[in-house]
Write a protein that binds this ligand. Structure first.
Ligand code: UDP
Length: 499
């Protein structure tokens, strides 16, 4: 992974096209920077909306200023600026881009100055695209440009998506009751039946653990059909990139490889990048934010004043939304646990339903928070997780958050909100055994009990497992490790596209 000297022949030019959401953008920017470190030219394609957010809150320019081969181009996502891009509404971004993105993408690819930079860089030699953006494929196919899919989810959630036809054939989806209210649905006994149609997951996956986008009542549900078809089409690409590592998800990766032999498992990407930057003598921690929100730095000072391993960090990521009732259940559970907590509550993450009790904060919560808690809109998460005061991570099981936690050897308490998180949280508790899965419940008594289990009762057991997973993650990214080698394999492939 050493930096290439520039040669007379310009290097391969990779176009990276993520779904313009925080988690996807974070992993794709990490890959972009790794490719820049190897001397490749990289253009990242973002929506105007996302680009503006990055310009406002992130240090994207300072992060990439040292990589002359890096560039950003943008298209419109077709949604008004005030469209809610959270919760289930994030699907609108993908659907809208499907409508309006194809033409813009074609225009970008066909205009001579669109991506070639007046001779300073060659035309795009390979496209790395999020797996749900098939609309971009006909354009590159017509131009004879190879493409690779990058799914920013875990292998354990990609694989059920890939096997959706088998799941449907086995009658394990659709699921009755999805259209009822959440609590009634969660309690259904049928949800505990095992899913037997996903090879390698027969002993782990219950119906309630299938990615939530697949948990539908209607077999013709457009989301289900899209996921089924698009994921299966992964086999048409020149390869598949997953942000995971062999020692974490080896058996599932082996299953996927039977269908997609060119599978590059190159995670945890944030750690691989950190190692890459350090080996080049570059600062890997400061000014590296790719946050869509302003990061609160004061929480670090608050953490500095807390005892070692005493704080549970709570964050449900960039798209989760909570009802006010759910917020209160978590809040009571945290306060009643007696543990210190640092809780990220995004400004756009709480919705209505106050059951007529008004929006006042109960005094016991205010006091419990004043003495032991810190609430904040957005934090530099990797810095927070690495802080010695943090003892565990109460997470929504987004894949980046899960990997960031695994890399640091932190026990997890999981409350998955939707999508792939539902499967990740199952693997955290049942396969990797580094924490607990609080799936399909939102109750203050359970929150309190589970926080105590992760922070006290079963702490040693989880720590021991988490520590060995962190060791395996470090091994994967170090020289000669599986992710290190797979990244080199990917770079070799990208170079071969111009020879
Ligand atoms: N994150 C952050 N600050 C926060 C909360 C989250 O920087 O206050 C980052 C986190 O480190 C992770 C990303 O946002 O890289 C969230 O991605 P993830 O896949 O975990 O969940 P998503 O937001 O996509 O549901």
């Amino acid at each position: 992974m050493s930096r290439q000297e520039s040669t007379a022949v310009s290097p391969p030019h990779v176009l990276i096209f993520p779904v313009p959401l925080q988690g996807h953008v974070n992993s794709m920017l990490n890959l972009a920077e790794l490719l820049c470190l190897s001397g490749l030219h990289v253009t990242i394609l973002l929506s105007d909306y996302t680009h503006n957010r990055l310009l406002r809150h992130a240090s994207l320019q300072s992060r990439f200023s040292r990589h002359s081969g890096f560039r950003v181009v943008t298209i419109s996502d077709g949604l008004p600026a005030d469209h809610p891009r959270v919760g289930e509404r994030i699907v609108d971004i993908v659907l809208s881009l499907k409508e309006v993105g194809g033409q813009q993408f074609r225009h970008l690819m066909e205009s001579t100055d669109g991506l070639s930079d007046g001779g300073a860089r060659r035309r795009v030699s390979c496209l790395i695209v999020d797996g749900v953006f098939r609309f971009a494929i006909p354009v590159v196919e017509e131009m004879g440009i190879p493409y690779i899919y990058f799914r920013t989810i875990s292998a354990c959630s990609f694989w059920p998506y890939f096997c959706l036809q088998e799941i449907i054939d086995a009658g394990e989806v659709p699921l009755k009751g999805k259209n009822e209210d959440k609590l009634t649905y969660w309690k259904k006994k049928e949800m505990d039946l095992m899913v037997t149609s996903v090879p390698g997951m027969e002993r782990v996956l219950r119906r309630r653990d299938i990615p939530r986008f697949c948990q539908v009542e209607d077999i013709n549900h457009p989301g289900l059909q899209t996921m089924k078809t698009e994921t299966r089409r992964t086999i048409d690409a020149s390869g598949l990139i997953l942000n995971t590592f062999e020692d974490l998800e080896g058996p599932i990766l082996d299953e996927i490889r039977k269908h997609i032999p060119n599978l590059y498992s190159i995670g945890p990407l944030h750690a691989l990048l950190k190692a890459g930057l350090e080996s080049e003598g570059m600062e890997s921690s400061r000014n590296r934010s790719s946050s869509f929100w302003e990061e609160d730095q004061n929480c670090i000072a608050w953490l500095d004043s807390q005892p070692a391993s005493s704080v549970i960090y709570v964050s449900f990521g960039s798209v989760t939304i909570l009802t006010r009732d759910e917020l209160l259940e978590f809040w009571y559970g945290l306060v009643n646990s007696g543990h210190r907590f640092l809780w990220v509550i995004r400004p756009d993450s709480i919705i209505g339903n106050d059951n007529g009790n008004g929006n006042e904060i109960p005094v016991e919560l205010e006091e419990g928070t004043k003495s032991r808690g810190y609430m904040v809109g957005w934090v530099p998460q990797q810095q927070v997780l690495a802080h010695p005061a943090i003892g565990a991570f109460f997470t929504h099981s987004g894949w980046n958050s899960t990997l960031e936690s695994i890399t640091l050897g932190l026990p997890m308490l999981c409350w998955a909100y939707f999508a792939d998180q539902i499967t990740n949280s199952r693997f955290v508790s049942e396969v990797w055994k580094v924490g607990l899965d609080m799936k399909d419940t939102c109750d203050r008594i359970i929150v309190e009990k589970m926080v105590k289990e992760v922070m006290e009762v079963r702490r040693e057991e989880f720590l021991e497992r988490a520590d060995s997973m962190a060791t395996l993650a470090r091994k994967a990214i170090s020289e000669g490790g599986s992710s290190y080698l797979n990244l080199n394999g990917l770079i070799e492939f990208l170079k071969s596209t111009v020879s």
